[in-house]
Design a protein around this ligand. Structure first.
Ligand SMILES: Nc1ncnc2c1ncn2[C@@H]1O[C@H](COP(=O)(O)OP(=O)(O)O)[C@@H](O)[C@H]1O
Ligand SMILES: [Mg+2]
Length: 249
C-alpha cells in the first residue's frame, strides 16, 4: 500500500523557471527513501508538494488515498516535515513549550498534549532539557528539538530536508540514530540530501533528481556506482571495493 502517490507533476515558478518536470513516484508505507540530487535539482520543491505547501500546475499528489489538493490539512497531519533551517522554526521559550506548540494548535485536550510531548521528548533524548531555552541548545540538540516538535503531532510519514546540514560528527550520528529508530518503529522516512554518505547505508530506496526530473530510482547498491553522473559524490568506500558503511557502526 502506497502512502504517497505522485502522478506526473510539473511545477513552474512565478518567474517562469521550471522547478519540477513530469515527476512520478509512489512511496510505500514504511519505506526508507533517500531523495538525492545536486543543489538546485528540485528536492525541496518536490517535498513542498507532498503536503500542499506548493501546488503543481499539472499532475496530482495522493497521500494516504486522498488528493492533497482536496484536503491539504489531512496531508499535513499525515506527513511531518522537518525543514533544513531549524532556527527559523523555533518559537517556544522552553524546549517543552516548543514541542507542545504543534499539538496545542491541533486543539487536543491538555492531557493528550502532555503525553504526546513527553513521548516525543523521550524519543529525541531531550527530556532532561525540557525547561531549557532552545537558544542554549547545541546544533544537534536543536535539530532533535525540531524533529520532536513534528513527532508530537504524530505523523506517519517523516520528511527531512537536509537533516545533517551544519551538524558535527556526533550530531550527525545522534540525529541519524534517532531517524533509524523512528523507521524501525514503523514511520515512513523520506530524507532529501545532496550528499549520500551519511545516510545511504540505511536506505531501502534511492531516488535521484536532476534538473527537476527523476533521473534514477531503485536499490541503493545498484545506483551508487553511477551517482557521479548526476553530480552526487560517490561514497568513498566504493572506490576501495567495499560496501557502504553505516555511520552508526
Ligand atoms: N521561489 C522560486 N522562484 C524561482 N525559482 C526557484 C524558487 N525556488 C526554487 N527555485 C529554483 O528551482 C530549482 C530547484 O530548487 P530546490 O527545490 O530548492 O532545489 P534543491 O532543494 O534540490 O537544492 C533551483 O533552480 C532553484 O533556483
Ligand atoms: Mg533544498
Amino acid at each position: 500500500m502506497n502512502i504517497i502517490e505522485i502522478k506526473n507533476i510539473t511545477h513552474r515558478f512565478a518567474n517562469g523557471r521550471s522547478g519540477l518536470n513530469n515527476i512520478s513516484m509512489d512511496i510505500a508505507r514504511g519505506q526508507f527513501v533517500v531523495l538525492a540530487g545536486a543543489n538546485g535539482s528540485g528536492k525541496t520543491t518536490l517535498l513542498r508538494h507532498f503536503n500542499g505547501l506548493m501546488t503543481p500546475q499539472q499532475g496530482v499528489i495522493i497521500v494516504d488515498g486522498v488528493n492533497v489538493a482536496d484536503d491539504p490539512v489531512r496531508a499535513r497531519r499525515t506527513i511531518g516535515m522537518v525543514f533544513q533551517d531549524t532556527d527559523t522554526q523555533i518559537v517556544g521559550e522552553t524546549v517543552y513549550d516548543e514541542v507542545a506548540f504543534g499539538p496545542e494548535n491541533l486543539c487536543w485536550p491538555r492531557s493528550v498534549v502532555n503525553k504526546a510531548v513527553q513521548t516525543a521528548l523521550d524519543q529525541m533524548g531531550l527530556v532532561h532539557l525540557s525547561d531549557q531555552s532552545p537558544h542554549l541548545l547545541s546544533g544537534g540538540e536543536r535539530r532533535r528539538l525540531t524533529i520532536a516538535g513534528i513527532l508530537a503531532m504524530n505523523p506517519s510519514v517523516l520528511v527531512f530536508d537536509e537533516p545533517f546540514a551544519n551538524l558535527d560528527y556526533p550530531g550527525v550520528r545522534d540525529v541519524l540514530r534517532r531517524i533509524v529508530a523512528l523507521h524501525q518503529e514503523g514511520h515512513t522516512i523520506v530524507i532529501a540530501a545532496h550528499d549520500l554518505e551519511k545516510v545511504i547505508a540505511h536506505a531501502q530506496r534511492l531516488i535521484i533528481l536532476s534538473k527537476g526530473c527523476v533521473a534514477a530510482d531503485g536499490a541503493p547498491n545498484e545506483l551508487l556506482p553511477s551517482v557521479e553522473d548526476f553530480d552526487i559524490r560517490r561514497p568513498i568506500e566504493l572506490s576501495f571495493g567495499h560496501a557502504v558503511q553505516s555511520w552508526l557502526n
